[in-house]
Write a protein that binds this ligand. Structure first.
Ligand SMILES: C[S@@+](CC[C@H](N)C(=O)[O-])C[C@H]1O[C@@H](n2cnc3c(N)ncnc32)[C@H](O)[C@@H]1O
Length: 199
């Protein structure tokens, strides 16, 4: 992007106040700290939203790529943040499939990610998409699993998975990141670190 992205005045509390039902202040602060500590870094974010400008700003001069499936959210983000790098993907799951899919690595990998995402050595990955709040929503099975594959290909990566107070996010994170790699959990946000040697 050219120059600094627009950052709403008031910082993270303003984001929380303007974004009901999304991250808590403690969750956003955890992620913000990690990105700023690593910046300028390679940052991959599953899901755009009102938070996107904050992660771009936290990673100023770094490389930030968003992965998003909702055309309306992509359009809105591109309008608000000209030059933002958003890769469109699709999810073919329903949250109700989560137990059946848990061991189906063959079906869980997101095949529509471009090589520039698949081959990158990521520093920070944030998974907060697709929606998983009701049975009809896609659920985060594919994004959590795919993030774990990308994390294993990276040298030393911090992974944040939001909404781990829900069964699907918790189960997939336990299965594919493992409790031994959990650094901390703040509210529903889990922070994992993966670095060699990986088991
Ligand atoms: C949990 S939301 C992502 C929220 C974003 N990370 C944030 O903290 O604002 C998951 C998906 O819902 C859509 N979305 C983004 N922001 C939303 C919002 N404020 N309300 C409803 N849906 C949202 C997008 O398609 C996004 O990929």
């Amino acid at each position: 992007m050219d120059g600094l992205p627009p950052l709403p005045a008031g910082g993270l509390q303003t984001l929380v106040d303007s974004n009901p039902g999304q991250g808590t202040l403690a969750e956003y602060a955890l992620l913000d700290r990690a990105i700023r500590s690593a910046a300028p870094c390679k940052l991959l974010v599953f899901g755009v939203g009102k938070d996107s400008a904050y992660w771009l700003a936290a990673n100023a001069d770094g490389q930030t790529v968003f992965v998003e499936h909702e055309p309306a959210w992509i359009a809105m983000t591109r309008e608000l943040l000209p030059g933002v790098d958003v890769v469109q993907v699709s999810y073919d799951t329903r949250r109700t499939q989560w137990k059946a899919l848990l061991e189906r690595r063959d079906l869980l990998f997101m095949e529509d990610l471009p090589d520039r995402i698949l081959a990158e050595d990521w520093d920070v990955i944030f998974v907060d998409s697709p929606q998983g709040g009701s049975r009809k929503r896609p659920g985060r099975m594919k994004s959590v699993y795919t993030a774990s594959v990308l994390a294993r290909r990276s040298t030393d990566v911090h992974v944040f998975v939001h909404d781990c107070d829900r069964p699907v996010e918790a189960a997939y994170s336990d299965r594919y990141f493992g409790p031994e790699r959990l650094v901390e959990q703040v509210d529903g946000m889990r922070h994992y670190r993966l670095r060699p040697p990986l088991g």
